[in-house]
Design a protein around this ligand. Structure first.
Ligand SMILES: Cc1cc2nc3c(=O)[nH]c(=O)nc-3n(C[C@H](O)[C@H](O)[C@H](O)COP(=O)(O)OP(=O)(O)OC[C@H]3O[C@@H](n4cnc5c(N)ncnc54)[C@H](O)[C@@H]3O)c2cc1C
Length: 604
């Protein structure tokens, strides 16, 4: 890559620190969210370095990577290290760049053309390195971070075991203190560990005294560490995935990360960051796929004309763009929230780990929402990209075939989408019980509003101007979500945790609300008109349809007879709307996609 230069340090956290999951109880002003349009020149320049690296250095090697030539992965990670791309989130005191999450988001996004090398990169810079960044003590940071920043050492994250996947705390790996008190002796195995073919450093989770989940920094060179052969996978074949065996491995006590018995805090909080980062990678993949599908549609002719001229193909491109716009709004809004929260941590303070836990867990709900929405948006986009390619999309010479297989893992790792859906209401309850989220007050307020039959719906909201109807309907979706959640709690009380279908419905309402609100706030911040407004309207129209179905089905599972009818009437009242002309909107958006040859906004 000729034109990629080492990057300058810099970057800053932005915005007011939002209340975690606060979008469920109150509206947010457009100026209070971070958007892709707020990225500054320095951040964009770093994004360009990542994009050039992906296109010019990784792309030519993709076929070989896909066939298991992992020596390229190591060389490419080192090259990424030379370019500064591995150092983005490592503090400057440890030879990193100490940049913000918005920059990290852009880097992950721009690596999308690198295919499954993005998974290799993400495992190293994210779940592999960040436990040391946030939970390491100064000595551990000094020993590991400079080497991880350059790629001299490569990191991996080892939590999953053959019998402990979603139930990650059910692992059997044990750590026993040696008689001289200098080492923990680790025994066990960790399954499907990304980067395990070549990683030098593993963050391994094991139980001390049989029950104290603890994180350890394990070096590959420690005696008793070994790995299996590569596993054979459906997709992301360019990434290395093996089993890690730990056989009487002596790990110095200095390599305990954070505290004995607190490993689960690290595991889950790092996954929170991983979940939102996964959505950033999904965003980049969506944008790439829209470009690939658009250009294919413009060149493929049937019935004497490019298939791009057919309205049904345009409808697909418009829907792909609208959902990607929503994902982009959500991912950068969440990046801004993490930046605001993490910028308050003093990494070298004695209680740095505790500060990190508080800062990251603040946005656990948003992280799970990003993960579910990002992976499912990518699945939608990649499926339509294959469809636009017709039979050619089924052929291995076309990159959508690989992209289709590669996309599938995203709904499985970093917590399956089922587990993330269950986490959303659980985390909401936890925050409510701890007094961190005024959910009960909001529930009471909404019940009162609904009982008083106040004039709700678009006409009842004090908003006017651009996207006014959408804003009013979003406010009513918030009311509806609170109503459904309140009725579910009233009916099932403590037993609600066994009603997974209802919990998932509550999660889906929260996901749609966060997606719609982020989308409209972004469009408003961008002026509330033109392409931004069209993309927002198109997305919101589809989202409201989904909200209506989810709410009706959830209520039918809670109530029956006349009571159900009354509640369904409230749903109708809250979501009363004139259908927007999605055909006209879709054609308008599709025209912009075709003119741009892909995703039509500047951050592409
Ligand atoms: C390619 C690849 C790379 C990976 N990389 C890593 C890595 O680097 N490090 C690492 O630690 N792990 C890694 N993993 C593991 C990954 O995180 C797990 O596969 C994932 O957490 C799911 O666990 P599982 O596969 O055991 O599925 P299970 O937990 O067995 O789940 C099976 C199904 O049951 C559902 N289910 C489970 N529990 C519940 C419940 N309570 N309620 C409702 N439904 C439920 C799940 O949603 C899923 O649909 C990787 C996996 C793959 C495939």
């Amino acid at each position: 890559m000729a034109d990629a230069q080492p990057m300058p340090a810099g970057g800053e956290a932005r915005g007011r620190k939002p209340l975690g999951a606060g979008f469920l109880v109150e509206a947010t002003a457009p100026e209070d969210i971070f958007t892709a349009e707020d990225l500054n020149e320095e951040q964009k320049m770093i994004g360009q370095v990542a994009r050039d690296f992906a296109w010019q250095e990784v792309r030519p090697l993709i076929e070989e990577l896909e066939h298991g030539h992992h020596e390229h992965s190591v060389a490419l990670l080192r090259r990424a290290g030379e370019l500064g791309l591995l150092a983005v989130e490592i503090p400057a005191a440890y030879e990193g760049l100490g940049l913000d999450k918005a920059t990290a988001t852009l880097v992950v996004e721009k690596l999308a053309p690198a295919g499954s090398f993005g998974v290799t990169f993400g495992a190293h810079t994210g779940i592999g390195t960040l436990p040391i960044v946030y939970f390491g003590n100064p000595e551990q940071k000094r020993r590991y971070l400079p080497k991880l920043a350059t790629g001299e050492w490569i990191a991996a994250y080892a939590l999953t075991e053959p019998d402990a996947g979603s139930d990650a705390l059910g692992g059997k790996t044990r750590a026993v203190l040696s008689p001289d008190g200098k080492h923990y002796i680790l025994n066990g195995q960790k399954q499907w560990i990304t980067n395990s073919g070549f990683a030098d450093v593993f963050v391994v989770y094991a139980k001390v005294d049989g029950d104290k989940m603890t994180a350890f920094i394990v070096e590959r060179s420690f005696p008793g560490v070994s790995v299996s052969e590569e596993v054979r996978k459906m997709g992301i074949k360019g990434s290395s995935t093996r089993t890690l065996y730990l056989n009487d491995v002596p790990v110095p006590v200095e390599n305990v990360l954070h505290e004995v018995g607190k490993g689960h805090h690290i595991a889950f909080n790092i996954l929170n960051i991983g979940r939102w980062k996964l959505a950033a990678g999904n965003l980049g993949a969506c944008k790439e796929l829209i470009a690939v599908a658009t250009q294919y549609a413009q060149s493929r002719k049937q019935f004497g004309q490019p298939i791009a001229s057919f309205p049904l193909i345009q409808q697909k491109l418009a829907a792909m763009a609208a959902r990607t716009y929503a994902l982009e709004a959500m991912v950068y809004r969440t990046a801004g929230a993490f930046d605001a929260s993490l910028s308050e941590i003093d990494g070298d303070a004695p209680d740095a780990g505790r500060q990190a836990i508080a800062a990251i867990s603040e946005y656990a709900v948003e992280a799970s929402i990003n993960k579910v929405f990002g992976s499912e948006t990518l699945d939608f986009v990649v499926d339509e990209a294959v469809q636009i390619h017709g039979g050619y999309g089924y052929m291995q010479e076309y990159e959508v075939e690989r992209a289709y297989r590669d996309a599938r893992i995203n709904r499985i790792f970093e917590g399956t989408n089922e587990i993330n859906r269950l986490l959303i209401p659980r985390e909401l309850m936890r925050r409510t019980m701890k007094g961190q989220l005024p959910l009960m007050q909001a529930l009471t307020r909404v019940q009162k509003e609904l009982a008083e039959m106040a004039p709700l719906g678009p006409a009842g909201e004090a908003v006017s101007g651009p996207l006014a109807e959408e804003q009013a309907l979003i406010a009513n979706t918030r009311r509806l979500g609170l109503m459904v959640a309140g009725l579910a709690v009233q009916k099932y009380m403590q037993q609600l945790e066994h009603e997974q279908e209802l919990l998932a419905a509550i999660a889906d309402l929260a996901i749609e609300l966060y997606a719609m609100e982020s989308t409209v706030l972004r469009a408003l911040k961008a002026g509330g008109n033109g392409l931004h407004a069209d993309l927002a309207r198109l997305f919101v129209a589809g989202s409201l349809d989904r909200v209506e179905i989810i709410a009706r089905n959830a209520l039918a599972a809670i109530e029956r007879g006349d009571t159900l009818q009354v509640q369904l009437g409230v749903v109708r009242r809250l979501l009363r709307r004139e259908p927007v002309n999605r055909v006209a909107l879709g054609r308008h958006v599709a025209r912009a996609v075709l003119e741009a040859g892909g995703y039509p906004l500047a951050t592409r």
